[in-house]
Ligand binder design. Sequence first.
Ligand code: ATP
Ligand code: MG
Length: 354
Amino acid sequence: TPIQRQTSKQRFVSEFSRCLFDFVIQLLPTTEELTIKEDVRKLLERLIRTIEPESRLLSFGSTANGFSLRNSDMDLCCLIDSEERLSASDLVTMLGDLLERETKFHVKPLPHARIPIVKLSLEPSPGLPYGIACDIGFENRLALENTRLLMCYAMIDPPRVRTMVLFLKVWCKRRKINSPYKGTLSSYGYVLLVIFFLVHVKNPPVLPNLQQMPALRPISPEETHLNGHNIWFFDDIRLLRQRWQSSNTESVAELLVDFFRYYSRDFNYNNGVVSIRAGLLKKDGKGWQSDSDRGTARERNRLCIEDPFEVDFNVSRCVTRDGLYTVRGELMRASRILASRPERAIVALAQLCE
Ligand code: ATP
Ligand code: MG
């Protein structure tokens, strides 16, 4: 009967929510890991200052945005506060030499990449069973700001937002659809899909749009713009939590079921652009068509996710036709597993991440 179906659904989602929390908690980094990573950051900062005394080395990406899993890589950004400074590619070369001499890291400088970086890695050891992988970039201030934006979203409703994001990060890694180099989507892209869903798809929304909230005081353009991009957002989360409360009471399991349904069935991949800043946009409006033209530039816009600050930049431009096909197939698979509501929620979770 409909009533029996309703209660079986309720039983499933409440059990599945519990499973999700338990699962995600085990995957968080240990305090030991966080301490080691902070020590590594400090060591590297000290070394870089022997080349550029006015520099700071800051974390961004998952180590700084609240969406870190155990053993995730470290993204570091070097900021130099002096006027005269070396070019990024010279710095990469010099820093590469220095780190090779002074540390045990495997060092791979990429001075001629589009964004010059130094790649570092450390072999696994008893104290660090998975080793460390780390990228050091230069002057990437927008990445620091988008990291701060994601961190603020994570802080508004950690039980639902962090659980959903962390679960999806594990899911996409296990299902092998988290490799921009192979035509699928970066972690950053998946996080933007989740935030878009919670801000713009769910009604009532689970999260407010931090980029469209009224500011508390007048702000000058110099304060809000960086390299021509508007980077302002409401970042006083303590105040926000006093003034704004979501009237959406769905559990994390219900949200996840709906997330998979939305991106496997409802989202229009042919014309839609995911924008956490402005809601659902159209490819035509942004000049991001991906019509039947083969190859060349058009291949870039199979999936369109607008960067929150660099609005001309499609975060998912590396997603290829085959990559998108695979990702959508996985979203459908997940949606199907959840719709079948296996007897035990833990079985659903295991199947999802098989
Ligand atoms: P993981 O734990 O899998 O490493 P992550 O949260 O660090 O996930 P990444 O995809 O490694 O996510 O991205 C790290 C940071 O680099 C992002 O927070 C963002 O600032 C920047 N970034 C990564 N990919 C892009 C992209 N396609 N466009 C713009 N910025 C990006
Ligand atoms: Mg990372």
